[in-house]
Design a protein. Structure first.
Length: 270
C-alpha cells in the first residue's frame, strides 16, 4: 500500500494491468493536493491481498476496505482508472458512507464486454504478452504525439514508462482473470445504488483506442450527479501523459464537493 501526500484522502485504483507503479507520475501529481492511497490490485504478489474465488470481483471491494482501515481513514474520494472505474463504481455502491466523491477516468462502464482483440489475447495470455505490448505501443503512439508535441517530452515519457513497466511487470493470466470476473457482476444495479457526486474524465474520442469515450460517457445517464471533463489532446492515457492537468481537475472537483478539508499527512512513497 502507498500512502503519500497531504489533503483529503483519495483512493486511486489502477487499471487492468493491476500495478500502481505504472501510475507513479499520476500519484506524484495527485499527492500535491490529496493524501493518496493506492495499491496493486488483489491477486498481485506485491498487493499481499488474495483474489478470493468465493467472492470474485468483490475481492477488490474488501481490499479497499483494508487499505482505508490501515490508513485510519473513514471516508475518501475514490478514483478508478479504466478497469479500475468499475472497481470504484462497485465500491461506491457497496460503501456509500465511505465515498465522499467518485472519479472515473476513461473508465469501463456497465455492459462492457471484451472485444475481438481482447478475446484474442485472452486465449493465451502469457504467450501473447509480447504482442500485447507491441500492439499497445502502436495504439498509444498517436495519443502520445498529441499530448506531448515535443520530441524530448516524448522520449522522456517513453523511457520513464518503459522503466516502470519493466520493473513492475503485469501478470498476464491475472489480467485475463480480471476480465472474466466481470461476467458475474450486475454493474447496472451497482450504478443505480450510487449516490456520491461523480466526476467523469475522458480524452478525445479519436485518441482513445482502449475504451471508447462514448462508453465512458454512459455514466452521465447512469449516475445521478455527474460532471464531465474532456481533456483535449489526450486519449486513454491522459492520467500519465498529462498528470498535472488530471490532478488539477480532480482537485477542483474535490474543492467543489467538500470545500476546505483538514489535511491528513501521508507516510511517503517509499
Amino acid at each position: 500500500m502507498i500512502d503519500i501526500g497531504a489533503g483529503p484522502p483519495l483512493v486511486l485504483i489502477p487499471g487492468l494491468h493491476g500495478r500502481w507503479e505504472w501510475m507513479r507520475p499520476t500519484v506524484a501529481a495527485l499527492s500535491k493536493q490529496f493524501r493518496v492511497l493506492t495499491f496493486s490490485l488483489a491477486g498481485e504478489r506485491s498487493s499481499r491481498y488474495p483474489l478470493d474465488p468465493r467472492i470474485g470481483f468483490d475481492s477488490f471491494v474488501e481490499q479497499i476496505d483494508q487499505v482505508m482501515e490501515r490508513a485510519s481513514v473513514s471516508s475518501a474520494f475514490v478514483c478508478g482508472v479504466s478497469y479500475g472505474g468499475l472497481v470504484a463504481l462497485r465500491y461506491a455502491a457497496a460503501r456509500p458512507g465511505r465515498v465522499k466523491g467518485l472519479a472515473l477516468a476513461s473508465a469501463l462502464a456497465p455492459g462492457f464486454e471484451p472485444d475481438a482483440r481482447a478475446q484474442f489475447y485472452m486465449r493465451a495470455p502469457r504467450l501473447l504478452m509480447p504482442l500485447f505490448f507491441v500492439d499497445g505501443f502502436r495504439r498509444a503512439r498517436r495519443e502520445v504525439h498529441a499530448a506531448l508535441p515535443e520530441w524530448r517530452q516524448r522520449m522522456q515519457f517513453g523511457l520513464r514508462q518503459t522503466w516502470y513497466v519493466a520493473t513492475a511487470l503485469p501478470a498476464p493470466r491475472l489480467m485475463r482473470d480480471r476480465l472474466r470476473l466481470l461476467e458475474n457482476v450486475d454493474f447496472d444495479s451497482s450504478a443505480a445504488s450510487v449516490t456520491a457526486p461523480t466526476l467523469v474524465i475522458t480524452g478525445d474520442a479519436e485518441l482513445d483506442h482502449v475504451v471508447p469515450v462514448r462508453d465512458t460517457l454512459r455514466y452521465e445517464r447512469l449516475l445521478p450527479a455527474v460532471e464531465v471533463v474532456h481533456m483535449r489532446g489526450t486519449g486513454h492515457h491522459g492520467t500519465l501523459t498529462r498528470p498535472e492537468d488530471f490532478a488539477r481537475h480532480l482537485g477542483a472537483f474535490a474543492a467543489r464537493v467538500i470545500g476546505e478539508v483538514k489535511h491528513e499527512p501521508g507516510r511517503g512513497l517509499g
